[in-house]
Design a protein around this ligand. Structure first.
Ligand code: 5GP
Ligand code: ZN
Length: 194
C-alpha cells in the first residue's frame, strides 16, 4: 500500500497514532471519528492514500462500500440507531479536512435532531432548479459501465474459450476474464500482490 507520511489517516493505518478501531482487513480500516457528530460516528477508510472517490479503483470502491454496509447495519443493531447518514466530503471546497478518502457513517437517533438532514447544509438552489434539463445534458454518461461482479462476464468468456478450443486456436494469447483491469487479480484469477 502507498502511504503519505504526513497524512493523519495513513498514520492511523500504520499504527503510528492510536484510534478506536472497529474493523480492519487488508484493504480497509474503520475507526470512531475523534469528534463524533452523533454517538457512534465512524469513518471507513481505504488503506491506499487517495484524496477523493474518483481516484480509487473500482474494486476497491466496491469493497469499501460493502464494508460500509456491514458497519452501518452493526451500528443500527448495537447502538439502537433509527437511521444513518453516509457521507463523503470530496475536496476542500466540499468541506474535506483530511485529504485521505473516508466515508462517514453517522448513526441517527429518534430523540436527537430528528429529521435534520440535507436541508440544513444545502438549501435548495433555485437557479440550479430552473436548469435541470440543461445540466442533465451536460453530465449524461454515454458509455455503459461494466458491472464489477464477474459472473455474467465469466459465462460469456467461457463461451468464447469453448469456441476457441473447438476451432481456430490461433488466438492463444490469454484474454482477460474480467471486464476491466483488476487491481486485485491477475487474468488467471490468482491474486496480485503489491
Ligand atoms: P472531513 O471533513 O475531512 O470529511 O472529515 C474528517 C474527519 O476526521 C472529521 O470528522 C474529524 O473529526 C476526523 N479526524 C480528524 N483527525 C482525526 C484523528 O486523528 N483521529 C480520528 N479518529 N478522527 C480524526
Ligand atoms: Zn493517507
Amino acid at each position: 500500500m502507498s502511504y503519505d507520511t504526513e497524512c493523519v489517516f495513513c498514520k492511523i493505518i500504520e499504527k503510528k497514532i492510536p484510534s478506536a478501531t472497529i474493523y480492519e482487513d487488508p484493504y480497509v480500516i474503520s475507526f470512531l471519528d475523534i469528534n463524533p457528530r452523533f454517538k457512534g460516528h465512524v469513518l471507513v477508510v481505504p488503506k491506499v492514500h487517495v484524496s477523493t472517490l474518483d481516484q480509487l479503483g473500482d474494486e476497491a470502491i466496491a469493497h469499501l462500500f460493502v464494508v460500509v454496509k456491514h458497519i452501518a447495519k452493526n451500528l443500527v443493531e448495537n447502538l439502537g440507531a433509527a437511521g444513518y447518514n453516509i457521507m463523503i466530503n470530496n475536496g476542500r471546497v466540499a468541506g474535506q479536512v483530511v485529504p485521505h478518502l473516508h466515508v462517514h457513517i453517522i448513526p441517527r437517533y429518534k430523540d436527537e435532531k430528528q429529521g435534520m438532514g440535507f436541508e440544513v447544509a444545502f438549501p435548495v438552489d433555485e437557479k440550479a432548479k430552473s436548469m435541470l434539463n440543461d445540466i442533465a445534458e451536460k453530465v449524461k454518461l454515454t458509455k455503459e459501465i461494466k458491472p464489477i461482479f464477474r459472473s455474467e462476464e465469466k459465462k460469456e468468456q467461457k463461451g468464447h474459450e469453448e469456441e476457441e478450443r473447438e476451432g481456430n486456436s490461433e488466438k492463444s494469447g490469454k484474454s482477460s476474464s474480467l471486464p476491466y483491469e483488476s487491481e486485485y487479480f491477475n487474468d488467471d484469477g490468482t491474486p496480485k500482490f503489491k
